[in-house]
Ligand binder design. Structure first.
Ligand SMILES: Nc1ncnc2c1ncn2[C@@H]1O[C@H](COP(=O)(O)OP(=O)(O)O)[C@@H](O)[C@H]1O
Ligand SMILES: [Mg+2]
Length: 255
């Protein structure tokens, strides 16, 4: 059965794409067949996985969303045997407007994933930094949500809006959606504020926060420019170890 995980936070730069790429790769390396979906028109997940833009200009998530192609036909292999990807690019930008009069516009991605003829253990969807059309589609399609929070002063700012959107989606479109967990990212142990933020978030959100904390690690920020998940770029780095630990936490929690 496909377990669908959506990675969302309307704030940019909190580690969504880094988490989508490296969690997917870690799940695949742990033996789970995984599909990674790039839901952001910026295409950072696609380029971070080393895809050449020209290879998917005529077949990407957009073409499936508008009904011009099947999801399977826009799914591409990656350097990891158990990991496949559906890429995106700027084609996605206009979609919200194109879909404005369409019925069931929020359930589009869910319908496509339900109709998939392939069975993955996990499907991981990376969202754009907004609570717009693609994020709502991802929340409607998902079984659970991971919210990356950067360990900085304003970490929890805006979290209320996101959780409220989740509530609305749950009430109206996807009662099965659950908050899988809050993921603390870019943790710098030398920064005293980071310790306080971590404590604050754990006090507020308790069990909803993953035990695994992703450290700030320069290897994680370098790997996308090589088109590789961290596990193929520097498997011994603290970043790689942290994402493998997160994958284990998810597998064991059967999230
Ligand atoms: N744990 C980390 N350590 C160091 N740099 C990171 C880490 N996580 C993300 N980054 C870097 O921070 C920037 C924003 O991360 P990204 O995953 O693209 O965020 P988002 O998708 O939420 O906008 C990127 O340049 C990325 O390489
Ligand atoms: Mg991103």
């Amino acid at each position: 059965m496909n377990k669908i995980i959506c990675i969302a936070n309307q704030k940019g730069g909190v580690g969504k794409t880094t988490t989508a790429i490296n969690l997917s790769a870690s799940l695949a390396v742990a033996g789970k067949t995984t599909l990674l979906i790039d839901g952001d028109s910026q295409g950072n997940t696609s380029s971070g996985m080393g895809l050449d833009k020209s290879s998917y200009k005529d077949g990407n998530l957009y073409h499936a969303m508008i009904g011009q192609a099947s999801l399977t036909s826009v799914t591409l292999p990656t350097a990891l045997p158990r990991l496949e990807i559906i890429p995106s690019n700027q084609d996605l930008i206009g979609m919200e407007v194109e879909f404005i009069h369409l019925e069931e516009r929020e359930t589009r991605l869910r319908a496509l994933l339900k109709a998939l003829d392939r069975n993955y253990d996990y499907i991981v969807i990376d969202c754009p930094p907004s609570l717009g059309f693609m994020t709502v589609n991802a929340l409607v399609a998902a079984d659970s949500l991971i919210v990356p929070l950067q360990c900085e002063y304003y970490a929890m700012e805006g979290l209320g809006y996101l959780l409220n959107t989740v509530k609305l989606v749950k009430a109206n479109l996807n009662p099965a959606l659950s908050l899988g967990g809050i993921l603390l990212t870019m943790f710098d142990p030398r920064n005293t504020l980071a310790h306080r933020v971590t404590e604050d978030v754990r006090n507020h959100l308790g069990k909803k926060v993953f035990k695994t904390v992703i450290p700030r690690n320069v290897r994680l920020s370098e790997s996308p420019s090589h088109g590789l998940p961290i596990i193929l770029y520097d498997i011994k780095s603290r970043g790689a170890l942290a994402y493998m630990e997160l994958a284990q936490e998810i597998i064991q929690g059967e999230m």
